[in-house]
Design a binder for this molecule. Structure first.
Ligand code: PLP
Length: 444
């Protein structure tokens, strides 16, 4: 593949947009030697922003008990936690009366919301969803799963048609697909939902790392997000949105912090976020998430989109130009930096193992926790997914393209087979992953 075959947009050289921790971490190669890790698996979990790591280091010496303590640092910690709540709400431009519930992740947030849907209410969801936005609804509510279309426009039209029946109380939809990167028109869907008397719950896990969302202006009722996909991998996520159903629902967890009063024969539960945050909250995770939100918010308008569009275009154009590679829905309209492809005739797990073992490149392979969608795209045996983030530059994309091209033209240098239940090189010079940290020096 030569760069002269790429479009002008795909030819532009792009540097990482923001510093991330570990950008220069070197990993061992199975062939001997080492390479700087090329992280093209941001859609699964993104590295920490440097600002996030700095904030966590700054906060830790001031960390103490939250909510209950009278000590000065307890009060400081409580203030940090509540400020984090406001910052996360501001990041998605929540309405003043919206609630921000801290959760462990998007999965946790959507599970909570699915349990708050009033009894008998019906939910509409398309089969293009990640399991996190499919299975909780199927378990907790009366849910109709419709087949998605051949692109985001068709899926939107199918959802609109479903809503128009007037049967549904909730439309649950992802802002961006974790398989194709396709972005759905949220404002349009929110309006269709409201016109039909329904509410809209958005899985923001893949959208929010790439796009600014305006919950109030887009008329979104709830949005769920994950810190580890937003460059804050400290175990926190959030559900943001309307409080009425959440205040009326059973507390998500029963325990301390969620109650106003507990007597011998009765419990008075709190309302607002406390109701669903029983137990000691993950203050450091919340602070980290809020810092990531603040850092992304401070980027100039359009910077995120321009950065990732250039990288995505280069990825799609470069992969498409390779004979022997099939890109899944290469021209989907608006899309985030998530590109899925296959090398027909080759096991995806073998290709992923080769990219890691011989080139130090991290991608995801499989059906990406979206089995129904993957199957309908013909990825029954799985696909390879390359995903970019603010720490990605053209050099990472080019390394992937060159490595795939080498695979196709000369084949892998090593022999591969199933080792310990996974595809891998049969002779591997790398230390076992569990010994890697101890065998290496601090990254420079
Ligand atoms: N929704 C989408 C679209 C995702 O891609 C993912 C994770 O890959 C999730 C939800 C679940 O996120 P988490 O694992 O942080 O709960």
């Amino acid at each position: 593949m030569s760069l002269s075959t790429l479009s002008p947009a795909a030819c532009s050289v792009v540097q990482p947009l923001l510093p991330v921790v570990g950008a220069r971490t070197r990993v061992p190669l199975a062939t001997g030697g080492e390479a700087v890790y090329a992280n093209l698996d941001n859609a699964a979990s993104a590295p920490a922003l440097q600002t996030v790591a700095d904030r966590v280091a700054r906060v830790l010496p001031h960390y103490a008990s939250v909510h209950r303590g009278a000590g000065y640092l307890s009060r400081t910690t409580t203030a940090l936690f509540e400020q984090a709540r406001e910052q996360v709400g501001a990041f998605v431009r929540a309405r003043p009366d919206d609630v921000v519930v801290f959760t462990r992740s998007t999965t946790d947030a959507l599970d909570l919301l699915s349990r708050a849907v009033p009894a008998g209410a019906e939910v509409l969801v398309a089969d293009v969803e990640h399991h996190a936005n499919l299975l909780p609804w199927q378990r907790s509510a009366r849910t109709t799963v419709v087949r998605g279309g051949t692109d985001a426009e068709e899926t939107t039209a199918l959802l609109e048609a479903g809503l128009a029946t007037g049967r549904y109380a909730v439309l649950a939809v992802a802002g961006a697909s974790n398989v194709t990167g396709e972005v759905l028109p949220l404002r349009r869907l929110a309006r269709a939902a409201h016109a039909a008397g329904a509410r809209i719950a958005v899985d923001g896990a893949q959208l929010l790392p790439h796009r600014r969302v305006d919950v109030a202006a887009d008329e979104i009722d709830w949005i769920a997000l994950s810190g580890h996909k937003l460059y804050a991998p400290f175990g926190s996520g959030a559900l943001v949105g309307r409080r009425d159903w959440l205040d009326a629902a059973e507390p998500y967890l029963a325990g301390g912090g969620a109650t106003l009063d507990v007597s011998h024969d009765a419990v008075r539960w709190a309302q607002g976020p406390d109701r669903h945050e029983a137990g000691s909250p993950n203050v450091v995770g919340a602070v980290a998430l809020a810092q990531a939100c603040a850092t992304l918010s401070a980027l100039p308008a359009g910077a995120l989109e321009a950065h990732e569009t250039a990288l995505r275009d280069r990825l799609v154009a470069g992969l498409t130009a390779l004979d022997g590679v099939a890109v899944v829905r290469p021209h989907p309209g608006d899309a985030v930096g998530v590109v899925t492809f296959t090398v027909p005739g080759q096991e995806v797990s073998k290709v992923a193992a080769y990219l890691s073992a011989e080139h130090g490149i991290g991608v995801r392979d499989g059906r990406f926790c979206a089995h129904r969608f993957a199957n309908s795209l013909g990825l029954v045996e799985g696909g390879l997914r390359a995903s970019t983030g603010v720490g990605t530059g053209t050099a990472d994309v080019d390394r992937l393209l060159a490595a795939v091209e080498q695979f196709l033209t000369s084949g892998p240098e090593l022999e591969y087979g199933i080792v310990d239940g996974h595809w891998g090189p049969l002779h591997d010079l790398r230390p076992a992953p569990e010994r890697f940290l101890d065998s290496t020096r601090e990254p420079g």
